[in-house]
Design a protein around this ligand. Structure first.
Ligand code: ADP
Ligand code: MG
Length: 242
């Protein structure tokens, strides 16, 4: 049997509530409002995955699917600096695919399955963000069931890849925009988009929200082996930290 291992998020507190970091062989989903740090966490994981195991890494390569055009090589280089890794070498170990529609996103995921089979060094697959393009492509009335069907196929493929190649799959997700609710409820009452299809596919679900000032808060909502818990983290030039 393959063994599940972890990749550090960059924050010891967050690794703690996750039971060591994000797990291989399943999907970890982070969701939250704009600017809570989903993309910064994705960048931090891109670097952490390459670290030696005793530093919270997996000594592996990374695949990043960027659906919002927010991947920044300069951020990778700054985070590599924090960990004492060579910035250019760190970038070379990341394949970045920019998807412009959900079909392309699916094609990239399929292609990555082939790449992972040929090159056994991949340890992490990131999709930032999983739902953004689906929400554009299937925005019409009556298109929801088709969207959920396509989403289900994509998530099944991601779960399959995570198990077959023992990689960690990390996806970011948006929260439902509900301007009325935003006034009435705290932001931690926000729901991720993607409904039960998304909820079912993610083994681990983490809600991110803004705290006071620079502080951010993560709440573990769902985990195969850890209790519900909350912690805070910060976003620094060197990525996610305590
Ligand atoms: P999301 O993807 O959830 O919308 P991001 O991951 O893009 O959010 O996080 C945006 C936040 O990260 C902003 O508050 C921004 O100030 C902070 N941030 C971005 N780059 C840096 C940096 N180099 N140093 C410190 N904070 C940064
Ligand atoms: Mg983002």
């Amino acid at each position: 049997r393959k063994r599940v291992w972890n990749i550090s998020t960059g924050s010891e507190a967050l690794n703690g509530i996750l039971g060591g970091g994000i797990q291989s062989m399943s999907i970890t989903e982070v969701f939250g409002e704009f600017r809570c740090g989903k993309t910064q966490m994705s960048h931090t994981l891109c670097v952490a995955a390459q670290l030696p195991k005793d530093m919270g890494g997996a000594e592996g390569k990374v695949a990043f699917i960027d659906t919002e055009g927010t991947f920044r090589p300069d951020r990778i280089k700054a985070i590599a600096d924090r960990y004492g890794l060579d910035p250019d070498q760190t970038m070379e170990n990341i394949i970045v695919s920019r998807a412009y529609n959900s079909e392309q996103q699916m094609d990239y995921i399929t292609r990555l399955g082939t790449i992972f089979a040929e090159d056994g060094q991949y340890r992490l697959l990131i999709v930032d963000s999983i739902m953004a393009l689906f929400r554009v492509d299937y925005s019409g009335r009556g298109e929801l069931s088709e969207r959920q069907q396509k989403l289900n196929i994509m998530l099944a493929r991601l779960n399959h890849i995570s198990e077959e190649f023992n990689v960690a799959v990390f996806v970011t997700n948006q929260v439902q925009a509900d301007p009325g609710a935003a006034l009435m409820f705290a932001s931690n009452d926000r729901k991720p988009v993607g409904g039960h299809v998304m909820a079912h596919a993610s083994a681990t679900r983490l809600l991110l929200r803004k705290g006071r000032g620079e502080e951010r808060v993560a709440k573990l909502n769902d985990s195969p082996d850890m209790p519900e818990a909350e912690c805070s983290y910060i976003i620094t030039p060197g990525g996610i930290a305590d």
